[in-house]
Design a protein. Structure first.
Length: 457
């Protein structure tokens, strides 16, 4: 079977026209993993009489979701009730100090499985010991951009290094038929010495990869950058050359001001990943989404990690992004539902520089798509025409558990809501088995060491 025609009640391709195709179909070349055709089912079937037809009743086909900022982890529900910088000092940094490569791989496997089951086909993961993450992405079938936590500073020597980052690029960038990409990561700009800033950008240029870092996440972030450099975060990134990478993705952006947004818009190679749940939970702030979108800055959505969100459900993230913006602006009409859908799909693709490859269902693009159940109370009523509400339901009603099928690069990796590429129960058992030891080592370290001071020189 080379040609597979997926016939669904509705297809939402996420093209510029925000088209909804009733009784639609998508034709996939299962060998190349590419989309051959998209359109109304009757005419599409006539154009591909040799295709194997699979009818998906009570289903909606749409592009796979793109999680633009995530941290693999196994601390869910154990790092609660603190603002971001104290949370990092007391929970996250000690974990990084005692984490093992095996634990890191187990965390990635579980997180990638969770992502696929809830409709994410592309994940940007900033994590540790990412050889294991690469193996997990390769085997589970997710499309992944791997971004090691890099800190080139003596006070933060428990993170990854530019050496290990470059090694990962050399070994894994472009592997798994292009599903795996590797970018340069920088936990925070001030987690590196000036020589490292230059080298980070040089590595990006050498391998034509992007740079991903946290920026403008909290007020503390802005204050720290001003104290060190007399500049706001984006101006500092620009002054020291970190915006000169082929592509740059900034996570959070809660405290971007108008001047910083102008820099991002003028540069044209920079995207922002909005993480509304994490920003709310850690009381970090609210990203100026409407200003960013109005300026033409590519904006995607991210869950952040399981510990600062507590799940990796991008459909839930879409709802929270919408509601938070409406509340923050005190405008119920803020952030149209189509805009939210685009942030989770083609907008996320733009931030990665992959808008020609993923993010919409169009001929020639990678066959990354999901089937969402429509015969649920949450999707009822389902209307087209004058009262079209599919996009509103996708943003405000649908949950990750409503995803029935996930396809990445033409391969079905979730079917009937079940993971096909690994035993989910085994992944869960592996995580449960290693967590007690990780926590014991973290506690032992905290008893004999003070928590590292974030941003210490």
């Amino acid at each position: 079977m080379r040609k597979l025609l997926l016939h669904a009640d509705h297809v939402v391709p996420m093209t510029l026209e925000n088209e909804v195709i009733a009784d639609g179909a998508v034709v996939v070349d299962t060998v190349t993993g590419r989309i051959l055709d998209v359109g109304p089912a009757p005419t599409t079937k006539s154009r591909h009489p040799d295709a194997t037809v699979r009818y998906l009743p009570n289903r909606l086909l749409m592009p796979g979701l793109i999680n633009g900022h995530c941290h693999s982890g196994i601390l869910r529900g154990t790092a609660e009730g603190l603002p971001v910088w104290k949370w990092l000092q007391e929970y996250i940094d000690p974990m990084h100090r005692v984490l093992t490569p095996g634990e890191a791989e187990i965390a990635s496997r579980l997180c990638y499985a969770e992502a696929l089951l809830s409709g994410t086909t592309t994940i940007v993961d900033m994590w540790r010991f990412m050889q294991g993450s690469a193996l997990a992405a390769e085997e589970l079938g997710i499309r992944a951009t791997l971004v090691p936590y890099v800190a080139e500073h003596p006070d933060h020597d428990y993170f990854e290094t530019l050496d290990s980052n470059e090694d990962l690029i050399q070994k894994w960038h472009g592997q798994a038929n292009g599903r795996i990409q590797v970018w340069v990561g920088l936990e925070h700009m001030f987690y590196a010495v000036p020589e490292a800033w230059k080298r980070a950008t040089a590595i990006c240029r050498k391998y034509n990869v992007g740079l991903h870092t946290h920026s403008n996440e909290s007020q503390v972030d802005v204050v720290e950058m001003h104290k060190r450099f007399g500049l706001r975060p984006v101006q500092a990134l620009e002054k020291f050359g970190l915006l000169d990478a082929p592509r740059v993705m900034l996570a959070h952006g809660c405290w971007l001001d108008d001047a910083e947004i102008r820099v991002l818009a003028e540069r044209g190679n920079i995207g922002v990943i909005h993480n509304p749940t994490s920003n709310m939970k850690l009381a970090s702030g609210v990203a100026p989404l409407e200003k960013l979108l109005a300026a033409g800055v590519p904006v995607g959505l991210g869950t952040d990690g399981e510990k600062e969100n507590n799940n990796l459900d991008m459909l839930e993230e879409m709802k929270i992004a919408s509601l938070l913006t409406k509340l923050h602006t005190m405008n119920a009409a803020a952030l149209d539902a189509w805009d939210v859908c685009r942030m989770a799909t083609i907008g996320g693709a733009r931030t990665l520089g992959l808008a020609d490859e993923i993010g919409s269902l169009e001929q020639g693009k990678a066959a990354d798509m999901i089937a969402v159940r429509t015969n649920t109370p949450r999707m009822t009523p389902l209307l087209t025409g004058k009262y079209l509400n599919i996009h509103h339901n996708l943003v405000h009603a649908v949950q990750g558990g409503d995803v029935d099928m996930t396809m990445v690069a033409g391969k079905i990796v979730v079917e009937d809501g079940c993971l096909k590429t690994a035993s989910l129960q085994s992944l869960i058992a592996d995580a449960n088995a290693v967590v007690p030891g990780l926590f014991q080592r973290r506690e032992a370290w905290l008893k004999t060491n003070r928590a590292v001071s974030r941003g210490a020189t």
